[in-house]
Ligand binder design. Structure first.
Ligand code: 13P
Ligand code: SF4
Length: 308
């Protein structure tokens, strides 16, 4: 069967089963093409609440599907590939953060959305990379504990010197692996290109950027810019999607190694099998108790209340 034929079967089946497909922008092109909603973590969490579909299939990683379930508990939410987790989301647990917070209880606990639902139950407010600055600035308290990504936290701290932000040692292994030497090499190869970077990269790499921002921020900047060439300092799929959207511009992934293996686990057959297995119990459904949802979503509601 060709990719196009499988995509057609998926499109037909999702209509018959009243299912919406949400795909993070790090997914492969063939998955993005059959999705009802695509975007970064923040956009997708809002999109999940907007759809009238009874079922949601998430093409991304586990914490994203959990977030969709928390925001739409009446819907059935499935993760297209049950093994797709985010290593950063698993780096810190509830007990560790509760102990650290107990030492300085006057700090507001700010959690990147890339955390488990269990950990969110002991956090005060969530942020995504596109909302982190806005939310931190909107908080009344100036003393914060920002978890788990110390690179995103450092980026926020640099722009909010009035805040006292305690950071722990955690982060995205995919973005944190990008080195200054790799960026300098890419800049030498493409001297006319602007360098756009995700703040999950280390501060020394972010310091070399012409623009730093979330996945959707990078895409928006590149699409609206008058410049013609860009080095993309985030997951390689973003350079691919941008090249497709803007054929008259040139996009270079900063290295070919900046690939999130977890995001790339999901395949088109996974999406089809999930659609076909929703009623037989073969698909991977996100199941959470009402208590966990109520407790974990407080910090997401707080993020939305403060302006997303
Ligand atoms: P955003 O989608 O918020 O830009 O985050 C990037 C990422 O690493 C998602 O896991
Ligand atoms: Fe997690 Fe990084 Fe992959 Fe995003 S890119 S899912 S933060 S490991």
């Amino acid at each position: 069967m060709t990719v196009r034929e499988l995509q057609d079967k998926i499109i037909k089946l999702k209509k018959e089963t009243n299912t919406a497909i949400l795909a993070h922008s790090y997914q492969a092109r063939e998955i993005v093409e059959i999705a009802d909603f695509t975007g970064d973590s923040y956009k997708l969490s809002v999109d999940a609440t907007k759809t009238d579909a009874e079922n949601i299939i998430f093409c991304g990683v586990h914490f994203m599907a959990e977030t969709a379930k928390m925001l739409s508990p009446q819907k059935r939410v499935f993760l297209a590939n049950k093994d797709a987790g985010c290593p950063m989301a698993e780096q810190m647990d509830k007990d560790l953060i509760s102990q650290i917070h107990a030492m300085e209880p006057d700090r507001t606990v700010v959690a990147y959305i890339n955390t488990t639902a269990e950990l969110k139950t002991v956090c005060d407010v969530c942020v995504t990379s596109s909302s982190a600055l806005r939310i931190v600035r909107a908080l009344d308290n100036d003393k914060l504990l920002f978890i788990p990504d110390c690179n995103l936290g450092s980026w926020v701290q640099a722009q909010c010197p009035e805040k006292d932000i305690k950071l722990l040692s955690g982060g995205c292994p995919t973005h944190a692996a990008l080195t200054v030497a790799e960026v300098k090499k890419a800049k030498e190869e493409h001297p006319d290109a602007l360098f756009l970077v995700h703040p999950e990269c280390v501060p020394a790499v972010v310091a070399l950027a012409d623009y730093a921002g979330s996945t959707s921020g990078i895409m928006k900047f590149a699409m609206e810019s008058d410049a013609k060439e860009f080095i993309i300092g985030t997951e390689t799929s973003i350079a691919e999607h941008l090249q497709y959207e803007c054929p008259d511009k040139k996009f270079y992934p900063v290295t070919k190694n900046i690939v999130c293996r977890n995001m790339k686990l999901t395949t088109l057959p996974d999406v089809y099998n999930t659609l076909a297995g929703m009623d037989s119990g073969e698909a991977f459904e996100i199941l959470m108790s009402d208590e966990l949802i109520a407790s974990a979503r407080k910090c997401i509601d707080e993020m939305i209340r403060l302006g997303g």
